[in-house]
Design a binder for this molecule. Structure first.
Ligand SMILES: [Zn+2]
Length: 121
């Protein structure tokens, strides 16, 4: 646990999950353990957590950012910022950890850039 495995052509490297700066701007394929034993803030002890990627949810219309977006795009003026173009191959990835004892999920503190990720048992 706590080890990330990178498959690079025919070599396999093992890295500590907390040294994620290494992955910055690498478009590699990455394998990560599906379960990890780590601290749960609600149980206040180390428990087994399920690791999964957090997906972007639909923005709530009541949130400040969304309200501002609606206000700025309303009327005859154009879009407030340049429209994003193209598809980024390497995106910033946020991992969420779900406690198996209490069922509560929390985020991993540090997000990192990665091309493709697969969760293995
Ligand atoms: Zn818990």
């Amino acid at each position: 646990m706590g080890i990330a495995i990178i498959m690079d052509s025919d070599q396999i490297f093992y890295y500590n999950i907390y040294d994620m700066d290494y992955f910055y701007n690498r478009g590699d394929y990455m394998k990560m353990p599906k379960e990890r034993r780590t601290y749960c803030p609600s149980c206040k002890k180390h428990t087994v957590h399920e690791v999964f990627e957090s997906k972007r949810r639909k923005a709530s219309e009541l949130k400040w950012g969304q309200r501002q977006f609606r206000r700025v795009t309303a009327g005859y003026r154009g879009y407030p910022r340049p429209l994003p173009s193209g598809n980024k191959p390497i995106k910033k990835l946020d991992l969420r950890l779900k406690c198996k004892e209490c069922g509560k999920a929390h985020i991993q503190k540090k997000s990192f850039r990665n091309g493709k990720i697969e969760f293995v048992a």
